[in-house]
Design a protein around this ligand. Structure first.
Ligand SMILES: CC(C)(COP(=O)(O)OP(=O)(O)OC[C@H]1O[C@@H](n2cnc3c(N)ncnc32)[C@H](O)[C@@H]1OP(=O)(O)O)[C@@H](O)C(=O)NCCC(=O)NCCS
Length: 329
C-alpha cells in the first residue's frame, strides 16, 4: 500500500498552483481554474457557510488528492454538507477515498456545524467511487444522464419550426449583449427570470433566491460566460420569458456546455425552449464547436426535449445522500 500524509493547506502561491494542477488532471472535463481563482474562491466564500479542504500528499510526489466539503450558499439547505473528491489518476482510488473521507468527516465535526445530511456525486461509470459511497451508507437520490449533441449531426427541422412559430407569436430572442444594450434594468430582470425558472429545476435541495449582486457574481462574472452564446426570449410586451446559454468551460472551444434553459410557466409548451436551443446550436456551429454537452434529471421535461433535439445519452451523474447526526458523520 502506498504511504500518504494528510496535511493542512499552507495557502502559499506554490500550494495554490499545485492544487490547480491536481484539479486539471483529476477533473479534466471541468474548466481549468487558475491558482488565483482558487484563492479568490476561498476568500469570497460567504461567512457562516462551511468551506474546507483536506490534502493527501504522497511521499515525494506532491498532492495525490484533495477532498472538499462545503455548504452550498445558493441552496436553502442549512444542514447539508457536500463532499467532493479530486484524485490524481496515478493513485489507487479506493485507498485514497477512505483516507480523504475520514479526514473530511473530522473537518466537518470540528467545524461545529449542525449537519443532518452529507451529499456527494459520482458518474455512473465511476464504479469504485460508487461502491465506496454505498459502503459508507450513502444512497442514490437522483439520476441525471449526461447527453451530447454533435453539431455536424444536429437536425434543425424541429427547431426551425419552433423558431418560426415563436416569431409569429411575437416572441423575440436577444443575445445577452443585445439585452444589455437595449433593455432597461436588464440585470435585475434577468435575475428575476432566472429565479422564476430555477425553482422548477429538479434538485436534491431547494435553491435560495440570489440578490442581484449574487446573480452577477455567480452567473455574469463566470469566466466561461459568452454574451453571444446567451439567449433571452421576450414576449411582445417586452417581458423576459425564457433563457438558454452555453458555457465555454473547454478552453479549446470544441465542447460547449449547456447552462440553465428555462421558460416561465405561463409560456411553456409553445416551442420557446426549442427556439432558444436552436439559437444555441446555431451559435455552436458557427463558432466551430464539435459538441454541446449537458446533463438533466432523467424524468425532466428538459431531458425529453434534449433527446428530441438529437442529444445522445451518456453516463449519468448520480447524486448520493447520507443522513447523519452532527456526532455521527
Ligand atoms: C424544460 C422547459 C425549459 C421546456 O420549455 P418549453 O418552452 O415548454 O419547451 P417547448 O415548448 O419548446 O417543448 C418542446 C418539446 O419538449 C418536450 N416537453 C416540453 N415540456 C415537457 C413536459 N413537461 N413533459 C414532457 N415533455 C415535454 C415535448 O416533446 C415538447 O413538444 P410538444 O409540446 O410538441 O409535445 C420548461 O419546462 C422549464 O422551464 N422547466 C423548468 C426549468 C428546467 O427544469 N430547466 C431544465 C434544467 S437546465
Amino acid at each position: 500500500m502506498a504511504q500518504y500524509d494528510v496535511r493542512h493547506f499552507l495557502e502559499t502561491e506554490q500550494e495554490y498552483a499545485d492544487l490547480a494542477s491536481l484539479l486539471r488532471v483529476a477533473s479534466p472535463g471541468n474548466r481549468p481554474v487558475s491558482a488565483g481563482e482558487l484563492r479568490e474562491e476561498d476568500l469570497d466564500w460567504p461567512a457562516g457557510y462551511l468551506h474546507g479542504r483536506v490534502y493527501l500528499v504522497s511521499q515525494g510526489k506532491g498532492f495525490a488528492a484533495v477532498g472538499t466539503c462545503y455548504q452550498a450558499f445558493w441552496q436553502e439547505a442549512p444542514f447539508t454538507v457536500h463532499i467532493h473528491f479530486d484524485i490524481h489518476p496515478e493513485h489507487e482510488e479506493a485507498q485514497v477515498l477512505s483516507l480523504v473521507y475520514a479526514e473530511l468527516q473530522r473537518l466537518v465535526a470540528e467545524s461545529g456545524k449542525k449537519v443532518k445530511r452529507l451529499a456527494s456525486r459520482a458518474r455512473e461509470n465511476e464504479g469504485v467511487r460508487i461502491q465506496f459511497l454505498l459502503e459508507q451508507g450513502f444512497q442514490e437520490t437522483m439520476r441525471s444522464p449526461t447527453s451530447v449533441l454533435r453539431t455536424d449531426a444536429a437536425d434543425g427541422t424541429i427547431s426551425e419550426e419552433a423558431g418560426g412559430k415563436t416569431a409569429q407569436d411575437g416572441v423575440m430572442i436577444l443575445t445577452l449583449n443585445q439585452l444589455k444594450a437595449g433593455v432597461p434594468d436588464w440585470k435585475r430582470r434577468l435575475r428575476d427570470l432566472r429565479w422564476e425558472v430555477v425553482q422548477d429545476v429538479e434538485s436534491t435541495d431547494p435553491f435560495s433566491k440570489p440578490t442581484v449582486d449574487d446573480f452577477e457574481e455567480m452567473v455574469l462574472n463566470d469566466p466561461a460566460l459568452d454574451e453571444n452564446a446567451f439567449f433571452v426570449a421576450l414576449n411582445a410586451a417586452g417581458d423576459l420569458i425564457g433563457m438558454s446559454n452555453l458555457w465555454r468551460n473547454d478552453p479549446s472551444g470544441k465542447r460547449l456546455d449547456t447552462g440553465l434553459t428555462g421558460v416561465v410557466r405561463s409560456y411553456r409548451r409553445r416551442g420557446i425552449a426549442t427556439a432558444l436551443k436552436q439559437r444555441t446550436v446555431q451559435y455552436a456551429k458557427s463558432s466551430g464547436a464539435a459538441t454541446i454537452e449537458t446533463s438533466n434529471e432523467e424524468g425532466s421535461a428538459m431531458y425529453a426535449l434534449n433527446v428530441k433535439l438529437g442529444f445522445k445519452p451518456g453516463p449519468a451523474w448520480l447524486d448520493f445522500s447520507k443522513a447523519v447526526t452532527s456526532e455521527s458523520n
